[in-house]
Design a protein around this ligand. Structure first.
Ligand code: FEO
Length: 394
């Protein structure tokens, strides 16, 4: 079996990156990441779907040569983020005469990023256009803002195969297999949630629009730009993207806190105990100064209850908590069963700052418990009551 062969006429030529430690210089890659590219061989013409991050060019060219690719007619650019477009110039040098296929926005971006402006290099396509490779047909479907404005998906009609760009992608390198049916894939699902919430999470309504637009296509294979090719588990993967882009959460609680001397941390623990006593079985507690922002965002998307606790710091929020709030505001996280905890020694500003955040983010809070310096019988009782309210709302 040739594990690179996805189906008749379609071969995987992408690469693994186990060197980069932070995707987009921000998001941890504990299991690496793949930059996926695919070669399609029709009876009369051939196409390459996307390229790879420029640092991985040698491996990319090796993979093309190993597959005996000597000539390519079309380079289809579904997405211009440089982890996929980075090798465009090198591919043009390696395969002279290759025609770049993209929409108008794509072509403008190629000029900006790579200074390729000669119109004879391009074939512009619009939503719904098709290109024939002889016995195979590629059709193009704009999925704007999944993840950039130019993004499109390419459908190989005769194989019911969708080259989906970032949509349905996941962190995690490909460790041997390429298609889900070739390997154990459970571990990719939390990495898919982290990938979606960190990278694409802001664009939930655009993902919803794309899902509706693509639902008429019969799908035997989804070939994203990151992570496994989906064949056996297509419906599960579509469900993950559908759930997350609707901001729908599962049972459980996320508590994010900042704490300098342990008192706000003690409040977070106290609340977690109270939630557990009331039957909440999945509780993730993050010290915002220690946990990675990536994991905190993913958990905030995953679980119904979200509680944020902060001490006053320089007359505002604790910086790491503020960064977390900014991240979920940017991603328009909504619909959480939300509450806040503040702690101060002489200036109680947390409730006011949290209210301002809630107004900007259009979320509502079930309550705020303010602590002065350390927990007391009174704040214990108020945390207990807050837990009762949070669980009652689930
Ligand atoms: Fe993997 Fe939006 O690029």
């Amino acid at each position: 079996m040739n594990v690179n062969e996805i189906c008749d006429s379609v071969v995987y030529v992408g690469v693994n990156d186990r060197v980069t430690t932070k995707f987009e210089s921000m998001w941890p890659l504990p299991y690496g990441v793949s930059y996926n590219s695919y070669y399609v061989k029709g009876s009369e013409a051939t196409a390459l779907i996307d390229t790879v991050e420029i640092a991985e060019l040698p491996a990319f060219l090796d993979h093309l040569h190993e597959q005996g690719v000597e000539h390519i007619d079309y380079l289809i650019i579904n997405h211009m983020e440089p982890d996929h477009s980075g090798s465009i110039s090198a591919i043009m040098r390696e395969y002279p005469g290759i025609k770049i296929v993209g929409n108008r926005t794509t072509i403008a971006m190629i000029g900006g990023f790579y200074h390729i402006t000669d119109p004879t290099c391009f074939q512009e396509v619009k939503d719904g256009d098709k290109i024939s490779l002889g016995d195979l047909t590629l059709s193009f479907h704009l999925i704007t803002m999944v993840h950039w404005p130019e993004t499109m998906a390419t459908y190989l009609e005769e194989r019911q195969l969708l080259f989906s760009g970032d949509a349905f992608g996941a962190f995690g390198a490909l460790n041997g297999g390429v298609v889900d049916s070739q390997m154990e894939c459970d571990w990719y699902f939390p990495e898919m949630e982290r990938y979606y919430t960190n990278i694409v999470g802001k664009y939930g309504r655009f993902v919803q629009r794309a899902l509706k637009k693509l639902e008429g296509l019969k799908l035997s294979y989804i070939c994203p730009t990151h992570g496994p090719v989906w064949h056996d588990r297509i419906q599960e993967v579509v469900n993950v993207y559908d759930r997350l882009s609707r901001y729908e959460a599962t049972d459980g609680a996320t508590i994010v806190y900042g704490s300098m001397y342990g008192h706000t941390a003690a409040a977070a623990d106290k609340l977690a105990r109270e939630l557990c006593e009331r039957g909440v079985r999945t509780i993730k507690i993050h010290n915002a100064a220690v946990s990675n922002l990536s994991d905190m965002i993913a958990d905030a998307f995953r679980y119904k209850i979200l509680v944020v606790a902060s001490p006053t710091y320089s007359a505002t929020l604790f910086p790491a908590v503020e960064q977390f709030l900014r991240a979920i505001e940017t991603r328009e996280l909504q619909g959480r069963i939300f509450a806040t905890i503040g702690n101060h020694t002489w200036a109680g500003v947390v409730e006011k700052e949290m209210k301002a955040f809630l107004e900007r983010s259009k979320n509502t809070s079930l309550g705020h418990v303010e602590i002065k310096q350390s927990l007391s019988a009174d704040t214990d009782a108020r945390l207990k009551e807050l837990a009762r309210k949070l669980v009652a709302e689930c």
